[in-house]
Design a protein around this ligand. Structure first.
Ligand SMILES: C[S@@+](CC[C@H](N)C(=O)[O-])C[C@H]1O[C@@H](n2cnc3c(N)ncnc32)[C@H](O)[C@@H]1O
Length: 176
């Protein structure tokens, strides 16, 4: 997809809600993260909410147009420009389901790298665009995960979504 074009022509309104989703509010309330990364932040609605809550939050997007107009870091989720263990929550609404399988593995290893020990991932994906088994395959070696399905407002309509919450696993070296 040509993401810049979507932002230049207003095509982004297909998915854009302008609202913060209830699951993000809930996770922030329960886990009280201190440093958050929103990957594929779009026009930054959820970034602004988190910053207004006083949480140190960075939004990252691949679209220069989205970054330029919304003061986000421009880059790819497949090579995150951040140090190890920088964030205690990574959140994604609507990016992951656009990745092909090889990219999905790069994504999970980058998210894992920038999360603190026991850091969490909140992922929201459209059910029609992904298989639950693929979610488990991709994330289960790096995260303890819970997946649930629910209906969410997305753009003008309602979309059935998967919400995955992952807690970073401790990977032990089993060398000699
Ligand atoms: C469906 S939109 C969702 C935007 C926002 N999270 C929201 O809820 O409105 C997906 C976003 O992911 C961004 N994106 C796609 N591939 C990306 C990648 N590899 N790295 C970073 N951002 C990416 C797009 O530019 C777009 O802004």
């Amino acid at each position: 997809m040509d993401w810049n074009k979507e932002y230049q022509t207003g095509g982004y309104r297909v998915w854009h809600t302008g609202k913060v989703s209830a699951e993000l509010v809930a996770i922030v309330t329960v886990f009280q993260p201190e440093r958050v990364l929103d990957v594929g932040a779009g026009i930054g609605t959820e970034v602004k909410y988190l910053q207004e809550m006083g949480i140190d939050t960075v939004g990252l997007d691949i679209s220069l147009e989205a970054c330029r107009t919304n003061l986000l870091v421009c880059g790819t989720a497949l090579k995150l420009p951040f140090f190890e263990e920088r964030f205690d929550l990574v959140t994604d609404r609507g990016l992951f389901h656009h990745l092909v399988k090889t990219e999905a593995y790069e994504y999970v290893s980058e998210v894992f790298r920038v999360l603190t020990k026991h850091g969490r991932l909140l992922l929201r994906v459209a059910r029609s665009m992904i298989d639950e088994k693929i979610l488990w395959d991709v994330f289960s070696s790096r995260f303890n995960i819970k997946v649930s399905s629910f209906t969410s407002q997305f753009g003008a309509g309602e979309v059935e979504m998967y919400m995955l919450i992952g807690e970073k696993r401790e990977i032990r070296n089993c060398g000699t």
